[in-house]
Design a protein around this ligand. Structure first.
Ligand code: PLP
Length: 416
């Protein structure tokens, strides 16, 4: 067994009762740690990594998503000096695994901070003056707000909420004016609309030299993203969505082309300078003190993600989307996003007539299930199911039964 595999091991034996959990643990030579429900720690100090989950998932927010108990437990490990040799070893091990998730041979960095930090950093670092923000929902609009707030000359291609971005609209904008970069949101979490990223990137490459800055916050790990093959320059993702980690870290890939351009951009700030991240990364570390517990969590969860494999993970998310879509069609529940824009990780549905989506969310909460309400202007009319991260078909099936029951009760009450 290699050093990395043996270093930290957590065996999670899930059960609904501590006694059952302890009984499962004993034959494996493990002791049950009652201070932390459903986790067993090994007598030997050797733990299993990336164990299969058996805990039912009832948490379906479109972020943050469910985090497994072994990953939560990993965050309780003792602190280490972030400039120590041991931590450098951990960093190097993360740096070797992360490019597999992003499908790149280039650098993938880890920032302590939420995704908005790296959205802003990408604009500050890669754009001197002219940026095109393609908008089709709340988060792509946020990128426009950021671009203006840091003093860039920012134009938009505005697509209605709930629709996928049409690559030809982007082509037309690029023919009208020269831009240093284009910002895109792959998966609009606000509306459950996923855009055809590969085609949009191809059009941008055909028409211009503009850098392609991609927010894949709620898609990376849940839908195919090929950073190198599609020619993407910055790809950033929050950890709290399809990667099933707690919030607080942002992972991002930076192409060589983007780094070369950034080197010519003055005033990139300190915490917002992507080249500073890249330089420290190449030395094997972080630009500042990282959120160490979150790094431990990432270390463990990355193994789970890679053990499943990216293709298998994307396929599971596609099945979860189909399962939701089939249920919605049978139930007569309409999608709020356009048919050609359906997201693999979040389904945004219109509440049936007479049903207040916020009441639906509340009623499900009473039953122990969490889903998302609508976002922004869509709050009064829609609800969102986050089928991302570690969610399995059986978890989703249980949720859909609960939603069905709540909707039936609402319909019966309306008739009375
Ligand atoms: N982009 C998208 C697509 C998101 O869904 C979110 C948050 O939900 C963000 C950006 C902002 O992320 P954060 O709140 O982590 O800064």
């Amino acid at each position: 067994m290699d050093r990395h595999a043996a270093r930290v091991r957590v065996a999670a034996v899930h059960g609904d009762r501590p006694r059952r959990c302890a009984a499962q643990a004993a034959p494996l030579g493990l002791i049950f740690a009652p201070c932390y429900p459903r986790i067993v720690l090994p007598q030997s100090g050797i733990e299993e990594r990336g164990v299969a989950l058996t805990e039912p998932i009832q948490f379906f927010l479109p972020g943050p998503s469910y985090v497994s108990s072994d990953v939560r437990q990993a965050m309780t490990k003792p602190m280490a000096g972030h400039r120590s040799a041991a931590f450098k070893e951990l960093y190097v091990s993360l740096a070797a695994r992360l490019p597999k998730v992003f499908r790149t041979a280039g650098d993938v960095m880890i920032a302590t901070g939420s995704s908005t930090l790296i959205m802003e950093s990408a604009v500050v670092s890669c754009v001197e003056r002219h940026v095109l923000n393609v908008t089709n929902g709340a988060f792509s609009e946020r990128w426009h707000a950021i671009s203006k707030s840091v003093g860039k000359a920012a134009d938009t291609v505005a697509v209605p909420w709930g629709h996928a971005v049409d690559p030809e609209l982007v082509r037309a904008a690029l023919r009208r004016k020269r831009y240093e970069a284009v910002t895109l949101v792959h998966n609009e979490t606000s509306t459950g609309a996923m855009s055809p990223l590969a085609e949009i990137a191809r059009v941008i490459r055909e028409e211009s030299e503009a850098l392609i800055l991609v927010d894949s916050v709620s898609s990376l790990g849940g839908a195919r993203i090929e950073t190198d093959d599609w020619g993407l320059d910055v790809v950033l993702a929050g950890t709290q969505k399809a990667l099933a980690l707690p919030p607080g870290l942002t992972l991002f890939a930076l192409s060589r082309r983007a780094a070369e351009r950034a080197a010519k951009v003055p005033h990139r700030g300190f915490y917002t300078d992507l080249l500073r991240y890249r330089d420290k990364h190449r030395e094997g570390g972080f630009i500042t003190t990282p959120a160490i517990p979150l790094i431990y969590a990432l270390d463990l969860q990355l193994d789970r993600v890679l053990a499943e494999g990216m293709e298998a993970r994307w396929a599971r998310h596609q099945r979860l989307y189909r399962q939701t879509a089939e249920w919605a069609a049978a139930r007569g529940c309409d999608y709020a996003s356009a048919p050609d824009a359906r997201s693999m990780t979040v389904s945004c549905l219109k509440a049936p007539a007479g049903v207040d989506p916020q009441t639906l969310v509340r009623e499900l909460g009473r039953r122990g299930f969490t889903i998302g309400g609508g976002y922004g202007d869509w709050k009064p009319t829609t609800f969102r199911i986050g089928h991302m991260g570690e969610v399995r078909e059986s978890d989703l099936a249980a949720l859909l039964v609960e939603i069905e029951q709540v909707l039936e009760r609402a319909a019966a009450a309306a008739v009375r």
